[in-house]
Design a protein around this ligand. Structure first.
Ligand SMILES: *Cc1c(COP(=O)(O)O)cnc(C)c1O
Length: 421
């Protein structure tokens, strides 16, 4: 079967090849790109010897035109992603630690792979990459593109919406990267990026996005789910700490490709419009509420549109179960898991662990995998408040505090952003 083409969730325009979808980010009608079909997982995926080997195999049918895909994926995924088994009362629960990359969040997996795919597709052409970030995307994208010739990166983050460590990771001076602290929320940042795209004819420069709306970030995220089940060796329920729903959408694609996932749990903080939709509510539309798990503070998840174009509402509601976890419950979850097992979870992972606790309390004792999305040392205050333990910061975090920084503050208006494009 030929590789998938990509069509807009809003039905406008014809199907485009991967390269166009990757480089434009958003379809011309403002929709998100979705594949025309989903290639099956390659035979023998269960036996892959490493994440990089699995990654090359899983992505090959999607990206036949990328010469040297195996080397590209191995270079992007050059850090461990272990599956850790909890014990005692938590036996049967596994945590996939996706946070051992350069910026200590799971976003390194998608962003590093996408940066390399873009560099390959651009073949020397100049581009400005716009990335709205709720905390972790921006630094992963900046790190992923660092040193790629012809690429400028503009990062937009909510000025008071990220942790001190996250902010430091965003504003550390990097060649070709401009960090912008936006006086607004993450949804304002996303809106600005969309507006800049709508306006792109004016700027005369090639613009692309590096959010999970970009298909180039979505496809590599199928590997979280595939690598988890490859290591586990049995079907499982996958618990996804969710914000913009990129991780969940990628998992859904992996399942469509044949991955034996029983079902998904979308674990949300107070920004739970999707969880409410899953029990018959309206489409998410609420303003963002700030929480301890700030990378999931998304009122209007952009991948919701994608999920709805891939599944009927009924199918989505039976595939995904939603849970809402408050900040108090997040702290209690960190404490309970640490007391019972010694495991230190960051606030995002703790939202997922609280969802697990509830499912097990309700009698679901099948194997479960929680996708752990950030290193606890990125959120030292919350971890210490909950557990009394200060998470040990890896060296690359500690050294950030001595590095030079560069950031501009702008109002949440397109006019202000335009100056930087
Ligand atoms: C981005 C992020 C999330 C949410 O992931 P989505 O794919 O946007 O749903 C969860 N946890 C952390 C730490 C993140 O950085």
């Amino acid at each position: 079967m030929p590789a998938p083409l990509y069509v807009s969730t809003r039905g406008g325009g014809g199907p485009v090849p991967f390269r166009d979808a990757l480089l434009t980010g958003l379809a011309p009608d403002g929709g998100l790109y979705v594949p025309t079909h989903v290639p099956a997982l390659p035979e023998g995926w269960e036996g892959a010897p490493s994440l990089a080997a699995l990654g090359a195999d899983v992505l090959a049918p999607w990206l036949p035109e990328v010469a040297g895909l195996a080397d590209l994926v191995a270079d992007a995924l050059s850090f461990p992603v272990p599956l850790v088994a909890l014990d005692g009362d938590w036996a049967g629960v596994h945590i996939l630690e996706l946070f051992h990359g350069p910026t200590l969040s799971f976003k390194d997996v998608g962003a590093r792979t996408m940066a390399r795919l873009m560099a390959d597709a651009l073949d020397g052409e100049d581009v400005t990459i716009l990335a709205a970030t709720s905390g972790d995307t921006g630094s992963a994208v900046a790190d992923g593109f660092a040193g790629v010739p012809g690429v400028c990166v503009v990062l937009l983050y909510p000025k008071d919406g990220v942790s001190a460590v996250q902010e430091r990771q965003l504003i550390v001076a990097r060649d070709g990267v401009q960090a912008l602290a936006v006086e607004g929320t993450f949804d304002d940042c996303q809106r600005l990026v969309k507006a800049a795209f709508a306006d792109r004819a004016r700027s005369g420069r090639r613009l692309s996005s590096a959010n999970s709306i970009n298909i180039g970030r979505l496809l590599p995220q199928m590997l979280y789910h595939t690598w988890a089940l490859c290591q586990l060796g049995t079907p499982a329920t996958v618990v996804v700490p969710s914000g913009n729903l990129g991780n969940l959408t990628a998992g859904a694609l992996a399942r469509m490709a044949g991955l034996p996932i029983g079902g998904f749990v979308a674990a949300h903080n107070a920004n739970d419009g999707f969880a409410r939709f899953l029990t018959g509510g309206e489409a998410p539309s609420a303003a963002t509420v700030p929480t301890l798990s700030n990378a999931m503070d998304v009122g209007i998840p952009s991948n919701f549109e994608r999920l709805r174009s891939l599944f009927s509402d009924d199918a989505l509601q039976s595939l995904v179960h939603g849970e809402t976890v408050s900040d108090a419950e997040t702290l209690a979850s960190m404490r309970a898991v640490h007391d019972a097992t010694g495991y230190l979870a960051d606030p995002h992972t703790a939202v997922g662990l609280e969802a697990v606790r509830r499912l097990r309390l309700a009698g679901d004792d099948g194997p479960m995998v929680v996708l752990s999305t950030a290193h606890p040392a990125k959120f030292p205050d919350a971890v210490e408040e909950a557990t009394g333990v200060t998470p040990e910061a890896p060296q690359r975090l500690a050294s950030l505090w001595d590095a030079p920084t560069a950031v501009e503050t702008i109002p949440a208006e397109l006019e202000a952003l335009r100056r930087f494009i």
